[in-house]
Design a protein around this ligand. Structure first.
Ligand SMILES: Cc1cc2nc3c(=O)[nH]c(=O)nc-3n(C[C@H](O)[C@H](O)[C@H](O)COP(=O)(O)OP(=O)(O)OC[C@H]3O[C@@H](n4cnc5c(N)ncnc54)[C@H](O)[C@@H]3O)c2cc1C
Length: 608
C-alpha cells in the first residue's frame, strides 16, 4: 500500500470506474475503494446502455477513451437505433447487454490497468474540509490521497422501500453509506433527497413468450466504440406485453400501502420514469401501457419488466405481474422496490465537478443529482480527469455545452441543479444538430488531448478518423456538380452518401460511416453556425455578473414570474439566467436596463 495516492475513488459504479480509469490514463496512482468488489460495474436497474441522447454520451465517453462503450459492445445481446423516424442528428443507439458479463468486462478494465482495489466502506473524509488528506474506512482506517472522487451512487443514507417494508441499503443486498453521509452533513455540505425505483425480475421459464410480441434486434452492424471491433455474436430477442384495466385496478387497490403515496418517501422521483403506481394516479385513462420484457443476460434465468417499476407490497406485485398477457403463471425472482438517497445540492459543485468548499474533493454520478448509467459514467470521466490534474498540479478543465452532451449535463447540473433526478434528453442541448453520435470522435479529440486522458492507441485511432474526415471534406470542397461545389450541393434535401460517391468516384473506397458523418456536418452547417453565433453572444452574457443584485423582487423591468424564479435560483451571470426555464429575452433585457441604472447610481454616488 502506498503512503499517499494521487487519486482516491470512492465507489465502483459507472461513475467511479470511469473516474479511476481517467486518472490512471493521466499517469496518476489510483486506489478505488468500493463496498463490495464483486459488485463493481453492476447495473442496479435495467440491463441496457444508451438510448436517445444517452447513446451519444456513450460515444463521447469512448471518444475520451472511457470503458463503457467497449464493455457494452462486448456484451451486446440486442441492438436498436431509436428515433430512426427522425433525422440522424437525434438517432439514439441502445443496446441490451448481458448484465453479469457487462459488470465482469468493467471489472477486467479496472483490474488490469494498475488501479489498486480495496473492498471497504468509506465512512468519511479525513482532514480539514478545505483540503482533505484522504478518506477514513471502516476496516482499513485512514487512506491518504492528494485528491478524492466521491461516486457513491444511491448509497448515501440509502433507504429501500416496498409496501410497509423499509430497510437500509443503496440497492438490494448492499450497504447504506450512513456514516459517509453523516460525515458530509457534519461538514456542512447541503444534501437533499431523491428517490428512484426498479421493477420486479421474473423467472423466465414461467412466462409464456408465445403470448408476447417479439422485438428482434436490428440487423445493422453497430458498435459504440469507434475502434475496429468484433461485436458480440450472442443474440437475444426482447418482448412486449401490455398492462390493462385489471393491472390498474390491482395497483389502485393497494395504493394506500404504497410508501410513496403514504408519504414515507419524501425524495422526488424521476418524472420521465415514474413508478407504475405514479402512472396510475397521474394518467388514470391510460390503462393499456407498453411493458418491455428484457432478458437480464444471454440465456439468463430472469426477465426485466421495463415500465413496471413499483414499490407496492409483494402481494400487489404478484397480482399485477400475473395480470399481464403471457404472465398468468409467472413467478417473481426479485421484487421491485424504491430507493431514497441523499445527493449534493447543485450549489455545492463547481463546473469542474469539484466540491466548492474543498480544494481537492470531486463528485460524480448519482450523488450529483443525476440518474442513469451513462450520465454517471460521463461525469465520472471528467471528475477523475480533474482530480488527476489537480493531483499533478495542473489546471482542471471543462467541456463546453457546444461540444458535448457531457458538457451540457455538467453545466445544467452545476448552474441550475434539478428538481428531479437529472436525465439527459436531446432537447437539453441547444447545439444538438452538432452533438451527434456519429461525430463524437471528431468533436472531442481536442478535449481528450487537452485533458491528457487519451492512451496512445486511442489517440492514433482518433487521429486516423480525423484524417479520413479531412480527406472526404477536401474532396467535397474541390469537386463540383453542374458548377456547384459538392459540399454545397450535398446540402440539398434527399442527397445521400450513395449520391455523393456516384458524383465523386474517389470517395467510393472511403469509410462509409465517416462519409455519412461529414455529409451530416454539411447538411446541418447552417444551423450549427447560427448556434455558434448565439453561443458567442451568450459568452458575452457570461461576463455580465448578477452578483450585485440583492433582491430581484423589486426589479420593475422584469415580469413577476421571472422575479420569483431569479430570486430562488440566484444565477451568477446573465448567461446562467438565460438558461433558467421560464426566463424570456424581455427579462434579460430588463436585467440589463436594471444593471445599467444600478451602475449609473453607483457612479453618481461616487462622484458626490
Ligand atoms: C433501485 C434502483 C433503481 C434505479 N432505477 C433507475 C432507472 O429506472 N433509470 C435510470 O436511469 N437509473 C436508475 N437507477 C440509477 C442507476 O443505477 C444509477 O444512475 C447509476 O448506477 C449511477 O451510477 P453511480 O456510479 O453514480 O452509482 P452506483 O452505480 O450506484 O455505484 C455506487 C458505488 O459506490 C459504492 N459505494 C457507495 N458508498 C460507498 C462507501 N461509503 N464506501 C465504499 N463504496 C461505496 C457502491 O458499492 C457502488 O459500487 C436506479 C438505481 C437503483 C438503485
Amino acid at each position: 500500500m502506498k503512503d499517499e495516492w494521487d487519486v482516491i475513488v470512492v465507489g465502483g459504479g459507472h461513475a467511479g470506474i470511469e473516474a479511476a480509469l481517467a486518472a490512471i490514463r493521466l499517469g496518476c496512482s489510483v486506489v478505488l475503494i468500493s463496498a463490495k468488489i464483486h459488485r463493481i460495474g453492476e447495473m442496479s436497474c435495467n440491463p441496457a446502455i444508451g438510448g436517445i441522447a444517452k447513446g451519444t454520451i456513450v460515444r463521447e465517453i469512448d471518444a475520451l477513451d472511457g470503458s463503457m462503450a467497449r464493455s457494452a459492445d462486448a456484451t451486446t445481446l440486442h441492438f436498436r437505433m431509436l428515433n430512426r423516424r427522425k433525422g440522424p442528428a437525434v438517432w439514439g443507439p441502445r443496446v441490451q447487454s448481458d448484465a453479469a458479463e457487462y459488470a465482469r468486462a468493467q471489472q477486467v478494465y479496472i483490474g488490469s490497468n494498475g488501479i489498486e482495489i480495496i473492498e471497504d466502506e468509506v465512512t468519511g473524509l479525513d482532514g480539514a474540509t478545505e483540503k482533505v488528506t484522504g478518506v477514513r474506512c471502516r476496516n482499513n482506517g485512514s487512506i491518504k490521497g492528494k485528491t478524492v472522487v466521491l461516486a457513491a451512487g444511491t448509497f448515501l443514507r440509502g433507504r429501500l422501500f416496498r409496501g410497509d417494508e423499509l430497510w437500509k441499503g443503496g440497492r438490494i443486498g448492499d450497504i447504506s453509506a450512513d456514516s459517509l453521509e453523516k460525515n458530509l452533513v457534519e461538514r456542512m455540505f447541503h444534501v437533499e433527497r431523491f428517490k428512484t425505483g426498479t421493477p420486479a425480475r421474473i423467472v423466465r421459464s414461467t412466462v409464456n413468450v408465445d403470448e408476447l410480441e417479439v422485438q428482434q434486434s436490428e440487423e445493422t452492424y453497430f458498435t459504440f466504440s469507434f475502434g475496429e471491433y468484433q461485436p458480440n455474436d450472442k443474440q437475444e430477442v426482447c418482448y412486449i406485453t401490455y398492462t390493462d384495466e385489471n393491472t390498474m385496478n390491482i395497483a389502485k387497490d393497494y395504493l394506500h400501502l404504497s410508501p410513496l403515496m403514504a408519504g414515507r418517501i419524501e425524495g422526488t422521483g424521476p418524472r420521465y420514469c415514474p413508478s407504475y403506481e405514479d402512472k396510475v394516479v397521474k394518467f388514470p385513462d391510460r390503462q393499456r401501457q407498453k411493458i418491455y420484457v428484457e432478458p437480464m443476460g444471454y440465456g439468463s434465468r430472469n426477465f426485466y419488466l421495463n415500465g413496471l417499476s413499483t414499490s407496492l407490497p409483494r402481494e400487489a406485485q404478484r397480482k399485477m405481474v400475473r395480470s399481464l398477457p403471457g404472465f398468468g403463471r409467472a413467478e417473481i425472482s426479485d421484487y421491485g422496490y424504491a430507493v431514497e438517497y441523499s445527493y449534493f445540492h447543485f450549489s455545492e459543485i463547481d463546473d469542474t465537478l469539484r466540491l466548492r468548499k474543498t480544494e481537492n474533493v470531486f463528485v460524480a454520478g448519482q450523488i450529483c443529482g443525476t440518474s442513469g448509467y451513462e450520465e454517471a459514467a460521463g461525469m465520472g470521466l471528467i471528475a477523475g480527469a480533474n482530480a488527476g490534474r489537480i493531483a499533478k498540479s495542473l489546471e482542471p478543465l471543462k467541456l463546453s455545452r457546444m461540444n458535448s452532451y457531457i458538457g451540457v449535463m455538467i453545466d445544467d447540473i452545476v448552474s441550475k441543479g434539478a428538481d428531479e433526478p437529472y436525465r439527459m434528453f436531446s432537447s437539453r442541448a441547444e447545439n444538438r444538430l452538432h452533438l451527434r453520435q456519429d461525430n463524437a470522435d471528431r468533436r472531442l479529440f481536442n478535449s481528450g488531448d487537452r485533458f491528457g486522458i487519451l492512451s496512445e492507441e486511442k489517440r492514433e485511432l482518433l487521429t486516423g478518423n480525423l484524417k479520413e474526415a479531412e480527406i472526404v471534406w477536401n474532396v467535397l470542397e474541390s469537386e463540383t456538380v453542374d458548377g456547384i461545389r459538392l459540399s454545397k450541393w450535398c446540402r440539398r434535401p434527399g442527397i445521400t452518401v450513395e449520391d455523393i460517391t456516384y458524383q465523386a468516384h474517389t470517395l467510393v473506397d472511403r469509410d462509409e460511416k465517416v462519409l455519412l458523418s461529414v455529409l451530416l456536418d454539411e447538411k446541418y452547417s447552417g444551423y450549427i453556425e447560427r448556434n455558434l453565433r448565439r453561443h458567442e453572444s451568450s459568452k458575452n452574457m457570461e461576463k455580465i455578473s448578477l452578483r450585485g443584485i440583492s433582491s430581484y423582487m423589486e426589479i420593475d423591468e422584469i415580469c413577476w414570474e421571472a422575479r420569483e424564479v431569479l430570486e430562488r435560483e440566484k444565477p451568477e451571470t446573465l448567461a446562467r439566467a438565460e438558461r433558467i426555464p421560464g426566463i424570456r429575452p424581455t427579462d434579460l433585457h430588463g436585467l440589463l436596463i436594471h444593471l445599467g441604472r444600478q451602475r449609473s447610481t453607483w457612479n453618481n454616488s461616487k462622484e458626490e
